[in-house]
Every structure is written in structure tokens, then in C-alpha cells.
Design a protein around this ligand. Structure first.
Ligand code: PMP
Length: 312
């Protein structure tokens, strides 16, 4: 096996199909269905080091989305949600992590190879590892430079975008490769109609005249859980939030503020799009307020948002 990537250094255990196995032993057959056809569903979740101890952020919502994604592909996860919860909590405890990223995955595994997956067993695994700011600390503070991808997002009439499926991420990979290849921090992907969809792994928000807009679920986006959280936080702070917006490319350029949300990206300001400065070209005041509130909630969960946290 090749050398371990730095991000997995120190990880001892993976949960695989009901067992805790050594990291090196968590293997999959090369003829697994999902490897060939992208027939897996997964989640990306974060556990935060709160004042009340390590807590998984919006675990229930992530679990619900995992089972909903699975349903679309007839993937019958052979574990109850409670079993995945127990396994995850136990993994975090075993790894002695205060904060981490959590990656549950369920996929059609090793069986007869062909498009029909019905004879392939569903394999399930969970990994946890320490993880910092996905787009970098600097991006959280100053904002990130983005470019519109020349790759369009597939429409939800072609591949359901509400499901978090392994195969569909080739679109995100293409957009990311292009953005990084051109020295931008992240891509913004338009949908088939040419309106704004989302980032490769983020939802997008726009601020204009003190009101907040985010692309609607019909715009071929993933129903992001950070997106939902930020909508609630913004409304609780008294903002008007339009969560079913259609946003054109041009509107991005003239926005007062733009930011990404996502489990990995958290709340990341966007300071430019296609080399056009957004607002003052740094984190804007509304983004700053929402980001600050978001991180404050994660540090000391207020009672009001108590059901967002699953304590380890
Ligand atoms: N869109 C895409 C395509 C994503 O991969 C993600 C990350 N899961 C998001 C949006 C943000 O979703 P969440 O806030 O649930 O992480």
C-alpha cells in the first residue's frame, strides 16, 4: 500500500460493515460495483470541540440525507441509523478526537459486475479524522477568489442532485481541477440553464441591500445542511432570507457580498468572481456577522440550537 496521506496520520480504526477494523485492513475489492459505476452514497459531517465537549453538528440531518440518498438508488443500508450513530460516537471516542471530520459511506460492493446492482451486497463504512479549515484559514478571514466553471452542473432531471452520490462528484472534481489549474481557490458552477447552482462542494449565498439570497433547491443543488443552518441563523438574527432564488452570473459580479456554506467550507466569504472584486474585496459585514454567529454557536451551543448537536 502506498504511503499514508498526512490527513490520515494517526488514524487507527475504521468502522466497516459492523466491525471496528485496523486502518490498514479497511479494504474493498477492485471489482466492487461502486468503484466502476459510482453507486455509493455518502456524507461529510463535522464534530466540533464545544464548551460541553465534542459534539457532532446536525448528525440527525446528515443521517436522514444519507438514507434518503440511498433510497434513490435502492441501496438498502443494512444498519439502522442508531447503529451508525453508535459506531460513529464510538469511533470518535476510540480515536480520542475533540473535533474531526466524519465520512460515512454506503455502496454497492463486490458482486456480479454489470449495471444492475441488485445482486451486489451493500457495504457500509465510517472513517473519522482530524480536519481544519477546508479552504484554508486565510479564506475564512479574507475570502476566497473564485471563477465560474466552464463545466455546468448536471440537471436534477439527469441525475438527482438532492442525493449525495459518489458518482456525481465527477462534476465537482472537474470544476475543482479547472479552478485550481487556473489558480483560483474555488469554482462556482452554473446549472444547465446558465444560472448559478453552487460550488463543487458548497452552497452559495448572495447579499444585496441587506437581504440574503440563496439558490433554490430547483436550481440543481444539494440541499446543504450548512445552508439550512445558516438560513435559520440569519432569520433568527432578523434578516430577510430568500431561499428559493434564481441567481444569474451577472448578479454575482454586482453583489454586495457573496459567501459559500458547507460542512467542509463552513462559512467562507467570496472576495472575487472571475477577477471581479465583490463588495470591498474582502469579508463583508453581513457575512462577518453570520460567520461569527455560526462559529460562536459551534463553540458554545446555545439552548435554542441544542437539537443541532449530538454529544460524543
Ligand atoms: N453542494 C455540494 C455539491 C456539496 O458537495 C456540499 C457538501 N456536502 C454542499 C453543497 C454543502 O452541503 P452541506 O452543508 O450539507 O455540507
Amino acid at each position: 500500500m502506498s504511503e499514508r496521506p498526512e490527513m490520515f496520520e494517526g488514524v487507527d480504526t475504521i468502522w466497516q460493515d459492523g466491525e471496528f477494523v485496523d486502518f490498514e485492513d479497511a479494504q474493498v475489492h477492485v471489482l466492487a460495483h461502486a468503484l466502476h459505476y459510482g453507486t455509493g452514497v455518502f456524507e461529510g459531517v463535522r464534530c466540533y470541540d464545544t464548551d460541553d465537549g465534542p459534539a457532532i453538528f446536525r448528525w440527525q440531518e446528515h443521517l436522514d440525507r444519507l438514507y434518503e440518498s440511498a433510497k434513490v438508488y435502492d441501496i438498502e443500508i443494512p444498519f439502522e441509523p442508531e447503529e451508525l450513530t453508535e459506531a460513529t460516537v464510538e469511533l470518535i471516542r476510540r480515536e480520542e478526537l475533540d473535533s474531526c471530520y466524519i465520512r460515512p459511506i454506503a455502496f454497492y460492493g463486490y458482486g456480479p459486475l454489470g449495471l444492475n446492482p441488485s445482486e451486489s451486497p451493500v457495504e457500509t463504512a465510517i472513517g473519522v479524522w482530524p480536519w481544519g479549515a477546508y479552504l484554508g484559514e486565510e479564506a475564512l478571514k479574507e475570502g476566497i477568489d473564485t471563477a465560474i466553471s466552464s463545466w455546468r452542473k448536471h440537471s436534477s432531471s439527469q441525475i438527482p442532485t438532492s442525493a449525495k452520490t459518489t458518482g456525481t462528484y465527477v462534476n465537482s472534481v472537474l470544476a475543482s481541477l479547472e479552478a485550481k489549474g487556473n489558480d483560483y481557490g474555488e469554482a462556482i458552477v452554473l446549472n444547465k440553464e446558465g444560472n448559478v447552482a453552487e460550488g463543487p462542494g458548497e452552497n452559495i449565498f448572495l447579499v444585496r441591500d441587506g437581504e440574503i439570497y440563496t439558490t433554490g433547491l430547483a436550481e440543481s443543488i444539494l440541499d446543504g445542511i450548512t445552508r439550512r443552518s445558516v438560513i435559520t441563523i440569519a432569520e433568527d438574527l432578523g434578516y430577510e432570507v430568500h431561499d428559493d432564488a434564481t441567481i444569474s452570473r451577472g448578479e454575482l459580479y454586482t453583489a454586495d457580498e457573496l459567501f459559500f456554506t458547507g460542512t467542509a467550507a463552513e462559512v467562507t466569504p467570496i472576495r472575487s468572481v472571475d477577477d471581479n472584486e465583490i463588495g470591498a474585496g474582502t469579508k463583508g459585514p453581513v457575512t462577518d456577522e453570520l460567520q461569527t454567529r455560526f462559529f460562536d454557536i459551534l463553540e458554545s451551543p446555545p439552548e435554542q440550537y441544542d437539537d443541532w448537536f449530538t454529544y460524543v
